[in-house]
Design a protein. Structure first.
Length: 313
């Protein structure tokens, strides 16, 4: 069976051939077209003849005194313009992607990040600078965020350290918040100003469902140790909204980030704590090596963002 040979590389046209032909058709004059293209007129003539040789049909009607396209030339002109526009669009798209201006970023966060305002400020300012990047947000427990980031199933996370990290994940603290104590509003100390943790030594503390060395469970024990007491931790809450509700019905008290006072549940009072310097840290988490330009841009944005430190007045 006889094999039909395909076109030789030398017989295929290039983008520049299309551009030469379009400019010539627009100028309808070899001299003006050559000047616009920045090439010599004989060189332009040779390239147009080469193009005609490649497509195997005349594109210019050379029987006329004035330059005129053949019917095939008119068809080719329309298609050449489409191809050049598509090539330009592709170039713009790949350039924007390489600069991190397009793409998709999956972002996990713990709910308390939203209370602190960090999430909304971060997303709003990034979207303003990168309007074509798609952001996917999902509230997620801290440990699951870190696992998914490590496995490549999540790009970025907002978490509350301390917590163990997978080997390929790094964090950076972007905000430190002071701690306040959440009390039932009928508690004897709820109507006072700042309180001493030592006065709460006989109370039961409610913390999130975490390991002893993780997140707010660790913050609670550290703050109490700083105040010279050993906390009794019994009730466990799924999240801070649940914890605040548990405080309201008298199941215990809780140390929470200052920003949680925006969660005005009935039956709960938030009071400042005297004499401790333990804080709640808010951090970003991401892979050590990141291939996506969009994700790298989001990492840079959050590493350099100005999140004001929590006031201590």
């Amino acid at each position: 069976m006889k094999r039909v040979a395909g076109p030789k590389v030398a017989d295929t046209f290039e983008i520049r051939h299309l551009r030469y032909f379009v400019v010539l058709a627009e100028e309808q004059n070899f001299a003006r077209a050559a000047e616009r293209l920045g090439i010599a007129q004989p060189g332009l003539s040779q390239q147009i003849m080469k193009l005609e040789s490649i497509v195997k049909t005349p594109l210019l009607d050379r029987t006329q005194r004035l330059m005129k396209l053949t019917l095939a030339g008119e068809v080719f002109l329309e298609e050449a313009r489409k191809t050049l526009n598509a090539a330009e669009s592709a170039l713009v798209a790949v350039t924007k992607a390489g600069r991190g201006e397009t793409g998709r970023i999956s972002i996990g966060y713990v709910a308390s990040v939203a209370y602190a305002g960090v999430l909304t400020r971060s997303i709003a300012s990034f979207r303003k600078a990168h309007p074509d990047v798609e952001l996917q947000l999902v509230e997620m427990e801290m440990g699951e965020q870190l696992s998914r980031i490590s496995e490549g199933r999540l790009d970025f996370g907002f978490i509350r350290p301390p917590t163990p990290l997978p080997p390929n994940v790094v964090t950076r603290v972007i905000l430190q918040e002071r701690l306040v104590v959440a009390l039932p509003d009928d508690d004897a100390l709820a109507g006072t100003g700042a309180v001493d943790l030592a006065d709460l030594a006989d109370r039961e503390f409610i913390t999130p469902r975490q390991a002893p060395d993780v997140g707010f469970r660790r913050n609670t024990t550290t703050a109490c140790e700083e105040a010279g007491i050993s906390p009794v931790i019994r009730p466990i809450g799924r999240d801070f909204t649940t914890i605040a509700s548990m405080v309201a019905v008298g199941l215990g008290i809780a140390l929470v980030p200052k920003s949680l006072d925006c969660l005005r549940l009935p039956g709960v009072r938030y009071r400042n704590i005297r004499g401790i310097h333990t804080t709640s840290e808010l951090a970003i988490a991401h892979r050590k090596s990141e291939l996506s330009a969009a994700v790298r841009a989001f990492i840079t944005h959050n590493r350099s963002a100005a999140f004001p430190a929590d006031a201590w007045d």
